[in-house]
Design a protein around this ligand. Structure first.
Ligand code: TRP
Length: 336
């Protein structure tokens, strides 16, 4: 077995396509970490069900497509285990065990639970699974006894609860099965909250999100990317090239900062009114399509057969590790 430090992370399979915000907020870090860590990259399909109640989408397709985006983004299946949560039944098993050492009050106080519960609105059933969401996440993580878990800031409460669950288990069964792990939080303001292509009613940029329909998808074609950038939000008072721009509040300028080596000059010219939004859009399209090119090339090689193969091997490898943890869990609990 590899002696590299282990890292576990996951993404919910709520949508079949990942966008640039998913890349900048998470995948970019995973790709970097896999250089000197053993990475377990999980598509969380059970977690996708917690908010979908009675109407699950085509989950198998979502999982496959998300896994394709992982690999297209640069996760190397030869170095890292790419797998789907439900293919490793130990996740469900450890979730059950952890549910015995987790207090209800703690779960009810988790901020994401309160939010999701409110989102569901009156009259919709709040499932036991939704309340248990962070318990399942704790199982995802602790099965691999990782050194660290890379996530966005919004996940910090889940990681803290996961640590507490690990400690509770160790205390309850007087063992050291679950060592502590560290949070690897994405602190890059722009990348971790990558703005979408639009703005809210007050003209402020907002996060890239499927629900706002303001995304650049990793699997878009170059023409689709160009089309989306054409419609992107720019300084609303900059009607002509000679009007001064405000790059801080302009979606196109924000992306230029990430993908164009010349962004500082471009921002200056935008501010001074010697450069128009059309030119910004044209140059961003070129830079972004160049950035996405290797992802598109890798994705073109991935048909369903290839990704199924990667997922099968990934799950086997993950299971090898997870099964050992479960043997230790059973022995600590004195289960038969
Ligand atoms: N809750 C995470 C999110 O919404 C997804 C997730 C599930 C996860 N299991 C995980 C993240 C384990 C890190 C580790 O983004």
């Amino acid at each position: 077995m590899s002696d590299r430090k282990r890292i576990l992370s996951g993404m919910r399979a709520t949508n079949p396509r990942l966008h640039l915000g998913n890349y900048e907020g998470a995948l970019r870090t995973w790709v970097r970490l896999q250089e000197d860590h053993k990475l377990y990259c999980m598509v969380a399909d059970y977690h996708a069900l917690t908010t979908m109640g009675d109407l699950p989408p085509d989950l198998a397709r979502n999982s496959r497509e998300v896994a394709k985006d992982f690999v297209a983004a640069g996760i190397d299946p030869e170095r890292s285990s790419v797998f789907v949560q439900s293919m490793v039944p130990e996740h469900a098993e450890l979730h059950l065990v952890f549910s015995m050492v987790t207090g209800l009050g703690k779960l009810e106080r988790v901020p994401t639970f309160k939010e999701k519960k409110d989102d569901l609105g009156e009259g919709r059933q709040v499932s036991y699974g939704l309340l248990g969401y962070p318990v399942l996440q704790a199982a995802d993580i602790l099965l691999y006894r990782p050194f660290g878990v890379p996530v966005g800031k919004d996940q910090a409460p889940h990681l803290e609860l996961s640590r507490e669950i690990g400690r509770s288990f160790n205390a309850a069964f007087e063992c050291e099965v679950f060592p502590e792990f560290v949070d690897i939080i994405n602190e890059d303001e722009l990348r971790s909250k990558l703005p979408g292509l639009d703005a809210d009613e007050s003209g402020t940029l907002r996060k890239m999100s499927k629900s706002y329909d303001n995304c650049i998808y990793l699997s878009d074609t170059p023409d689709e990317t160009a089309e989306r950038i054409k419609g992107a939000f720019t300084t609303p008072t900059k009607l002509r090239k000679t009007d001064p721009g405000v790059p801080e509040g302009c979606a196109v300028c924000q992306y230029l900062k990430l993908y164009s080596p010349d962004w500082e000059a471009q921002w200056d010219e935008d501010r001074q009114g010697v450069r128009g939004c059309m030119q910004n859009k044209k140059e961003l399209t070129e830079a972004l399509n160049e950035f996405l090119r290797p992802m598109r090339e890798r994705r073109a090689l991935l048909d369903d057969g290839a990704i199924d193969d990667i997922l099968r091997r990934g799950a086997e490898e993950a299971r090898d590790f997870a099964a050992q943890t479960m043997r230790d869990v059973r022995s600590a609990m004195r289960l038969v």
